[in-house]
Write a protein that binds this ligand. Structure first.
Ligand code: NAI
Ligand code: MG
Length: 486
């Protein structure tokens, strides 16, 4: 049975409201393309209301600003308990609207609980310093919450990314206006209801569903918004950075795309490397920013690796995401499916060797076979552009020096990985590769405590951990004169 859809309106000032225009838009199931709900379509007028509510909630005398930091932490912690209470429902709804298989939805929602709790534990750890400054002065710094934050989400991890960005901002004492992705509006509304239930005062969290050119640009241009946190495409990340400087000077945290290299050395343990490499690019149908989409395999094990990789890929069970036995579900929508199939065609045309997959599955829903290309070269489109689909591109290399330079020959820099049993090789690669996260003998291992973000065009700033909470604050230096010597 399909999960119940409880909320479809906008959430502004702790109330459910229709869009000012009265407009709604359809949201779909990626499994069969059917309409599952009509959701209020917010636009500039609704963003203006939501930002005004968030601004009132940020006033120094507001209930939110009156709380002790530890009380903010308690509310965030309570929210995590409510997510745990409703975990089965949230998991079902995430799977239904996004098409991620139930097991992956469990992983994402479990990770959401962890990041919420991590943020809760940071709320009362945000502090300044006392500084032995020059002169007869007593000087200290404080951390001041930055203000109203705009949060713009993608569709590939709706609950996890909402939880992470919103709770980090709340831990710092900010208020937020969230614009979820148009493909996945539903779970953000449930989370908003749970935040209210947890005791978040009115106006502190607002959710305005809608599209990028409407609600999205209204938020990024709003002069009362102090910061934008965004996850999504490089293209839109650049637009947001520009918009941030138009009517005021917003701070930005941008978590963008990637073309992450994963290196398999001759001395690697293939029993580990093969499944990790497969999971690194096939997990969630490849719709992962850190997907291991350039797989560099050293020449000594190249042929053996190809054989094992194909064997493994053929075991991946693709089907209805809400069937607990399936490992991969559909791509998010027709647009993304068409884009991924287009990359597969380009791979064939440009001379990569198709080892398995390569086709759409069926004619309803947006399913694609797990696909492997071998003999991919660095100049091919599938080695350069983010595919965001279940496509493993395998490239051959000879030396460590060569693979470091080839890994870095990209405008992206989100993640990288290496499988080797040589400590020196692992350390050299980790030292020289230009990436925000490097995994050694593992891949996709996320922890809420460690900084996450990209070099180069993969982003600006870092998320997770205390530093991320600090990025929602301004530093204030307070200088007292001590004129009388005693
Ligand atoms: P997108 O970047 O267009 O959309 C992400 C979010 O930004 C959505 O909420 C959208 O409504 C909003 N948005 C779009 N235009 C905007 C604007 N001008 N101002 C403010 N907000 C705006 O991503 P899309 O179209 O869903 O996917 C395109 C590609 O982006 C994918 O093929 C993939 O390569 C990459 N991507 C990367 C993600 C990541 O995790 N880093 C997540 C999703 C997509
Ligand atoms: Mg887009």
């Amino acid at each position: 049975m399909a999960p119940q859809i409880k909320y479809t309106k906008l959430f502004i000032d702790n109330e459910w409201v229709d869009a000012k225009s009265g407009k709604t838009f359809d949201t779909y199931s990626p499994h069969d393309g059917s309409v599952i709900a009509k959701v209020a379509e917010g636009d500039k007028a609704d963003i203006d209301l939501a930002v005004a509510a968030a601004k009132r909630a940020f006033h120094r005398n507001s209930p939110w600003r009156q709380l002790d930091a530890s009380q903010r932490g308690e509310i965030i912690r309570k929210f995590s308990d409510l997510v745990v209470r409703d975990i089965d429902y949230l998991t079902e709804l995430e799977s239904y609207n996004n098409g991620m298989v139930l097991n992956n939805a469990k992983v994402f929602v479990g990770s959401a609980v962890n990041v919420i709790r991590s943020a809760a534990s940071c709320a009362d750890k945000v502090h300044g310093d006392t500084i032995p400054a020059d002169g007869e002065v007593f000087t200290y710094t404080t951390r001041h919450p930055i203000g109203v934050c705009g949060i713009i989400l993608p569709w590939n991890g709706p609950i996890y990314l909402f939880a992470n960005k919103v709770c980090t901002a709340l831990a710092a004492g900010c208020t937020v206006v969230v614009k979820p992705a148009e493909q996945t509006p539903l779970t953000a509304l449930v989370l908003a209801a749970l935040l209210k239930e947890a005791g978040v005062p009115k106006g502190v969290v607002n959710v305005v569903n809608g599209f990028g050119p409407g609600a999205g640009t209204a938020l990024t241009h709003h002069s009362d918004v102090a910061k934008i946190s965004f996850t999504g495409s490089v293209e839109v990340g650049k637009l947001i950075q520009q918009a941030a400087g138009v009517n005021n000077l917003k701070r930005v945290t941008l978590e963008l795309g990637g073309k992450s290299p994963l290196v398999i050395m001759n001395d690697a343990d293939l029993n580990l490397a093969v499944p990790f490499a497969a999971n690194g690019v096939f997990f969630h149908q490849g719709q992962v920013c850190v997907a291991a989409s350039r797989l560099y395999v050293q020449s000594g094990i190249y042929n053996k690796f190809l054989e094992e990789a194909v064997k493994y890929a053929k075991t991946i069970k693709v089907g209805n995401p809400r069937d607990p036995a399936t490992q991969n579900g559909p791509q998010i929508d027709n647009e993304m499916m068409t884009k991924v199939l287009g990359y597969i065609e380009k791979g064939k045309k440009e001379g990569a060797k198709l080892l398995c997959g390569g086709n759409r599955i069926g004619t309803t829903g947006y399913y694609i076979q797990p696909t492997i290309f071998a003999d991919v070269t660095d100049d091919m489109t599938i080695a350069k552009e983010e595919i965001f689909g279940p496509v493993q591109s395998i490239l051959k290399f000879d030396t460590l020096e060569e693979v470091i330079d080839r890994s870095n020959n990209t405008n992206y820099g989100l993640a990288a990985g290496i499988f080797t049993t040589s400590l020196n090789t692992a350390l050299q690669y980790s030292k020289h590769v230009e990436a925000g996260t490097v995994w050694v003998n593992t891949y996709l291992h996320f922890t809420p405590q460690t900084p996450f973000g990209g070099f180069k065009e993969s982003g600006v700033g870092r998320e997770n951990g205390l530093d991320s909470v600090l990025s929602y604050t301004e530093v204030k230096t307070v200088c007292f004169s001590l004129p009388k010597k005693v």
